[in-house]
Design a binder for this molecule. Sequence first.
Ligand code: SPV
Ligand code: MN
Length: 632
Amino acid sequence: MDNQYENMLKSKMSEASYQKLTALKNPKLIEFVGFFAEHCEPASIYVCDDSETDTQYVRDQALAKGEEQVLAHSQQTIHWDGYGDQGRDKNGTRFMVYKENLESMKALNSIEYEEGYAEIMSISKGIMKGKDAVVQFFSEGPTESPFTIPCIQFTDSWYVAHSEFILYRSAYSHFMKMKDSEKGDFFRFIHSAGVLDANNCTKNLDKRRIYMDTQNNIVYSMNNQYAGNSIGLKKHSMRLAINKSGKEGWLCEHMFVMAAVDNEKKRKTYFCGAYPSACGKTSTAMIPGEKIVGDDIAYFRNINGEFRAVNVEFGMFGIIQDVNSKDDPLIFENLMKNQEIIFSNVLMGPDRKPYWLGMGVEAPTEGRNHFGDWKKGATDSKGKEVSLAHGNARYTMRLDYLANIDKEGFEAKNGVMVEGILYGGRDSDTTVPVEESPSWKDGILLKAATLESETTSATLGAEGVRTPSPMANMDFVSYPLGQYTINNINFGEGVKKTPKIFSNNYFMRNPEGKFMTSKLAKKVWLHWAEGRIHGEYETYETPTGKIPQYQDLKALFKKHLNEDFSEADYVYLFTFRCGKWIEKLERTKAFYIKVDPNTPKELFAYWDAAIEKIRMAKDTFGDQIKPGSFKG
Ligand code: SPV
Ligand code: MN
């Protein structure tokens, strides 16, 4: 195959790698690899196909290059990101936007296209000098399916390449089968960890940039290693997919996919759920006795009139803090096995075993962690004590190791049919534990758009401050929020059987400040929602939806948890608080005005009408409306 990069690529690739690349007969791929090979100047480039040989080569290189170390269990490895690179860099992550769209994208952290392109090109010039790079082919969602988005990853981090082999489906053979007309349509990710320090961590964090070009489906990620910053297929791809789906009429959501299982009635009911961080997303996806399909990102498509969803990933990049044998037995048990897991930013003890916060075992007082050599009491350059592991330390693991995986849903090319959507926020005094929305549109505007999380004593700053988080997707929404909200409404209204929407809040506190329900109560709220989908249970009306009746919850608590649920707790938890709800809706309006001044007027009209309805309810029934007393 003739191409302008032929000689240069041949000089950097083995014969076999060059063959693998050109066998795909895709000029757009050659153009992408050739351009960045010339621009970033890696010493060599290895091209992967779907073979176990290539996966093993990547694992070996991650160790050989010191980006990972082998742990006591020989199939487990550990990786550390640089101190200061252990979370997503919100400030350095920007959309590159053409001038005419800059105004509408301002609040979503954007940079003018030309300016962004010049900056990222200058940062990435020669950034891979002396390093060996790798090219991989993946698919978001199952390969060769209506959901598939083919992706190419070019990186000089073998930890990133290794993580992606665990987290995504390898898709060289999918690329091989692409028709000529489809060959330009794939997502492109170029990443470099940049210059590394003595610990193999990114040195130039001041030059860390993640620039997204949703117009051309390419993301440039430079000078970082933390997976949320480096891995193309995770949050970068998500932003590209949200933009693409907005144009094409499907949805990409920051949601888990799971099935609620009713063994007696032989029912399996699929739910998706969005929860801002620290609001119970993973623990809901992993409720004991239910089935998991995915824990982070879902695509929704209308297939023959059905609302279908896939987990776009193959593995999970989970928060490890507080994973222990009591609270997360299924995950914990897997982390203890000799199988392929990458631990990141935890402590490696003198016994070469991983240790983290909230692990529930006695941890050593020295070892190596994200700080370097560590001893209990060590302080960083700012005098802050360094804990044994980072709060955002993670594990990277295949999902199908989990005993509760829903194999059928996980592998389905057409995804699963979703019947319920959960939106779970965190507040101590406003949102009831579970409420059904009267309709899809009400659900998007009253449950999804109003999602908030509340700061706790564990976070810096004032306690009780509420952060709006529409659809728990604000970090990733890549076109104006008003239109994204409208697209959510239209998608659900466009299918034959629209899922029911429910809100969740696991964090109500009593007047003494104590949480009202145990961690496991979420199982009861889920099964109430499951029953409602199948036409069970009478409800009480509230100004925002429908809530459970006491006797049903009492029975569900007994059945699932063997707990006695008191009527007094029920009344407190399910009281509708008018003033608090009006404040919440006012915050939602203010947030939309700030983030997207062009939000369609009809949305504000809807929220104003909802506020008016609550005001009238307050006049008639009082500020605190006990369950059963409201009549709409
Ligand atoms: C999240 O922060 O939403 C995650 C982890 O799922 S990250 O990869 O950092 O996005
Ligand atoms: Mn996430």
